[in-house]
Design a binder for this molecule. Structure first.
Ligand code: PLP
Length: 540
């Protein structure tokens, strides 16, 4: 027997069990059982993992069992990979608990909930400078993904209507949508699910790893339903230049007569830009921007489960996407993809809006950016790392750069705009000196210390560049950054000291798709999906 044969941990457990308890007649030898913590104490049965148990267990036991299993999840506060908010004040939690059972669609039953929903839409439309917050129309969604599908659908429908009115074909060659190759997966999903050709504009170091408007114009034609412009690329946090894109599309319209709208994906930036730099023009102040989405559960600071899509005016949401729902005598309108959906995340969003106000959101955004600058500078000072995100650099436009001496370091407006995200890689110097050290080992070694800091490949054409990325959210405070920097420095030093013996880590790094359940039920086999047109290991 070869020592290197594959060892299935599930088999080890099965064979290691005391034989008397190995099988139970009710489940016909199904080995996949969970024994709950009260088994021994109350002499109760274990329950099958992948089938509904014939007889339930007490709610107390069910709670304890699931609670204990979930302890194996990572710690949200050490998860520096996610944009999604993980903390709300106690009063928000109380409100959410009180409203857990409310369904947003039951507008007649819960008129106040619906009212709060409408208020949120007006507030956000106003925040993004919709020409009139009465004319703006929008809806809560589960997140930006759903909002992006809706924004795309409206643009597709408008293009179709226009083509039909002009007596032109909507099938040959059919609609296309233009976006940077750095687009989040939700944008590509829209194209594939709703049968729109996805035109990915290559990104480059010069374009700062995001959409280059000039290059994008090479992909625009009369069948382009719109351009997705991202306010906050997930790779580096750079804002894409919405204004420049709009100007080029204005010129294009003058030249050709084709009007191509912009939908801004402000999943992360929608609640950062308006507060950190109110002067930055990216929203409905630009007439070509017809719709915008954001994730309430990112920098909107709600718990997961809420996003928003807003159209600048009703005319940009075609009527046949709006459903009239007739309830006891009243008419309500629905244009989200879900029918039933929880109302409590929307209530939590409203809580944030009135609890924090502009000043509160601004204070948090500025603190996040300040902490991100701290981390960026510390990493650069090691000499081992190069930072690709730019929010810690002063704006390059002349005057400011000259006045650096008198600059107010706390003022976010003097720095490059962007999300509080730190994307970094080994410096060229470091790679030259230590070619045997692989950057993804940093991810693995940080994970061993509890930190989740992902190592991603950049989008196609730049996939040879890997980045480590930290999202600086509200809880990523200075003390946490201190600790993180100390750990990164220690780990990097260790790797340098050990030189080539660190190769052992190579194997460690390759096994990140740890199997925890033997049957892996409900999971897809690797490779069972179609090839993505972008990088396969999409960042999230
Ligand atoms: C997170 C994100 C999305 C997807 O949003 P969800 O709220 O997770 O559905 C889309 N685009 C960008 C730029 C994002 O950051």
């Amino acid at each position: 027997m070869s020592i290197s044969k594959h060892i299935d941990p599930e088999v080890l457990i099965r064979e290691g069990r005391d034989k008397r308890h190995a099988h139970h007649h009710l489940v016909g030898g199904d080995p996949s059982r969970v024994s709950h913590p009260y088994n021994a104490r109350y002499g109760t049965e274990s329950i099958p993992k992948f089938k509904i148990p014939p007889k339930g267990i007490t709610s107390e036991a069910a709670y304890q069992l699931i609670h204990d299993e979930l302890d194996l999840d990572g710690c949200p506060s050490l998860n520096l990979a996610s944009f999604v908010n993980t903390w709300m004040p106690e009063h928000a939690q109380k409100l959410m608990m009180e409203n857990l059972s409310k369904n947003l669609i039951d507008q007649d039953e819960y008129p106040m909930t619906q009212n709060i929903h409408m208020r949120c839409i007006s507030i956000i439309a106003n925040l993004w400078h919709a020409p009139s917050s009465h004319e703006a129309i929008g809806t809560a969604t589960t997140g930006s993904s759903e909002a992006i599908q809706l924004g795309g659908l409206a643009m597709k429908r408008i293009w179709q209507e226009r083509r039909k009115a002009e007596g032109k074909s909507i099938h040959e060659p059919g609609p296309n949508i233009v976006m940077g190759a750095n687009a989040q997966v939700a944008l590509e999903k829209f194209a594939r699910y709703f049968e729109v050709e996805c035109r990915l504009v290559p990104v480059s170091i010069n374009s700062k790893y995001r959409l280059d408007p000039k290059k994008a114009m090479e992909y625009v034609d009369e069948n382009t339903i719109g351009v997705y412009v991202i306010l906050g690329s997930t790779y580096t946090g750079h804002y894409e230049p919405v204004k420049e894109m709009a100007d080029l599309l204005d010129e294009y319209e003058e030249r050709t007569g084709h009007s191509v709208p912009i939908h801004v994906d402000a999943a992360s930036g929608g609640f950062v830009a308006p507060f950190a730099n109110p002067k930055l023009v990216w929203d409905f102040r630009i007439p070509r921007v017809v719709s915008i989405n954001t994730s309430g559960h990112k920098f909107g600071l709600s718990y997961v489960g809420v996003g928003w899509v807003i159209w600048r005016e009703k005319q940009y949401l075609p009527k046949d996407l709006i459903f009239e729902l007739h309830y006891l005598g009243s008419v309500e309108y629905s244009f989200s993809l879900n029918f039933s959906r929880p109302a409590h995340p929307i209530i939590a969003q409203y809580f944030n809006l009135i609890h924090l106000g502009s000043a509160g959101y601004r204070a948090i955004a500025l603190a996040d950016l300040k902490n991100a600058r701290l981390l960026s500078r510390a990493l650069e000072r090691t000499g081992w790392y190069t930072v690709l995100s730019d929010i810690h650099r002063f704006k390059s436009d002349g005057l400011l750069a000259k006045a650096v001496a008198g600059i107010d370091e706390e003022n976010a407006e003097v720095y490059e705009d962007g999300l509080p995200v730190v994307s970094f890689r080994f410096s060229d110097d470091f790679r030259q000196k230590y070619p045997e050290i692989e950057q993804r080992w940093i991810q693995v070694l940080l994970r061993a210390r509890g930190w989740i800091v992902p190592n991603y490949e950049l989008p196609p054409d730049l996939e040879m560049i890997q980045i480590l990325r930290v999202v600086v959210r509200e809880h990523v405070v200075e003390t946490l950054i201190d600790r993180l920097v100390a750990d990164i420095v220690e780990i990097t030093e260790d790797l340098i000291d050990r030189g080539s013996s660190a190769h052992a880590l190579d194997t460690l790094g390759k096994h990140h798709d740890r199997k925890t359940d033997h049957a892996n039920l409900g999971r897809m086999e690797k490779g069972s999906g179609a090839q993505s047109s972008g990088t396969y290991a999409k960042q999230c």
